[in-house]
Design a protein around this ligand. Structure first.
Ligand code: HSE
Length: 306
């Protein structure tokens, strides 16, 4: 095999109670990436459709991740990466993770799969670190493994795939403003008051338990963020109104998707998820702010060959 095309899905990180450790994979929204073997060793970026991203291999998230893989597994030939970038950078649904995961997944296939999907996370992290200034795997893990994932440690990359309750549907609204992760991380405090930390780890533990037991009520009670959301909410127009309208329309929970500006909600069933989307839209319509809405089941498969 000399060439491969992969679908690199978007993802929602944090899920309110799991900053930098929880995430789930989206189904309909994602990039397409074509990777071709070349005689010349090393990584080159070919065409980039959709967004203006750097072609310099040292500055592009996909090539930086690919180079990390090749450092661990040197190859006598090289690879050209062509990207159809459909996830807008700075949207909050894992744009850089999709690029980084796509590159390492595709090259791994072309090399005859020397690494497992779980092992690929460590190489993709190099791309994620370039994009956000901090290496965290909460978007990469669901993209590479599918479904819900928990990163027990971002250092040793101890990653656990969690079950997905069958009726969950995500609604994600993306207001068309760009918010760079590096900036929305810069406003966070380095310390957490003990009372807030207690609430957060209670919610995180309960959330994981609810996924195993299909307990939608417990899931709903757990999707709270006492630590990060209060700081980041101010970066997103009408955040609290959009969230309140989602909950009023029947969502189990709602919050900032990753580092924003997208806002996600999880609902039980597609009908409610659609109503939630309509309610969220209304808030941005009132502001005359452009947006797009994604409705998505939990994508249990993750990144895939097309
Ligand atoms: N956990 C990350 C954050 C996700 O919220 O900053 C975005 O890359």
């Amino acid at each position: 095999m000399d060439q491969i095309e992969v679908f690199c899905p978007g993802s929602v990180a944090n899920i309110s109670c799991g900053f930098d450790v929880l995430g789930f994979c989206l189904e309909p929204v994602g990039d397409l990436m074509k990777v071709t073997k070349t005689d010349k060793p090393g990584i080159t970026i070919g065409s980039i459709k959709g967004q203006g991203l750097p072609k310099d291999p040292l500055k592009n998230v996909a090539s930086v991740a690919a180079m990390a893989l090749l450092e661990a597994h040197p190859s006598s030939f090289g690879f050209q990466i062509d990207i159809d970038k459909r996830i807008k950078p700075g949207s909050g649904i894992g744009s850089s993770a999709a690029s980084a995961a796509g590159a390492v997944f595709a090259i791994n296939e072309l090399l005859g799969k020397p690494f497992s999907r779980n092992e690929l996370v460590q190489f993709a992290m190099a791309g994620e670190a370039l994009a956000s200034g901090a290496a965290h795997a909460d978007n990469l893990a669901p993209v590479l493994l599918g479904g819900f994932t928990l990163v027990r440690s971002n250092q040793s990359l101890d990653i656990i795939k969690l079950p997905s309750p069958p009726d969950l549907v995500a609604t994600v609204i993306h207001p068309k403003i760009e918010l760079k992760t590096i900036h929305s991380r810069a406003i966070l405090k380095n310390t957490v008051p003990l009372d807030k930390a207690i609430q957060q780890w209670g919610n995180l533990g309960a959330f994981v338990s609810a996924l195993y037991t299909n307990d939608y009520g417990l899931l709903s009670r757990s999707m709270k963020d006492k630590v990060i959301e209060p700081y980041r909410a101010m970066l997103i127009p009408q955040f609290y109104k959009v969230k309140a309208s989602a909950l009023q329309a029947g969502a189990l929970g709602s919050g900032i998707s990753g580092s924003g500006p997208s806002i996600y909600a999880l609902s039980k069933g597609m009908d409610i998820a659609i109503q939630v989307g309509e309610a969220m839209k209304k808030q941005f319509d009132d502001l005359e702010l452009e947006y797009e809405v994604h409705l998505s089941k939990i994508n249990n498969e993750g990144i895939k060959i097309v």
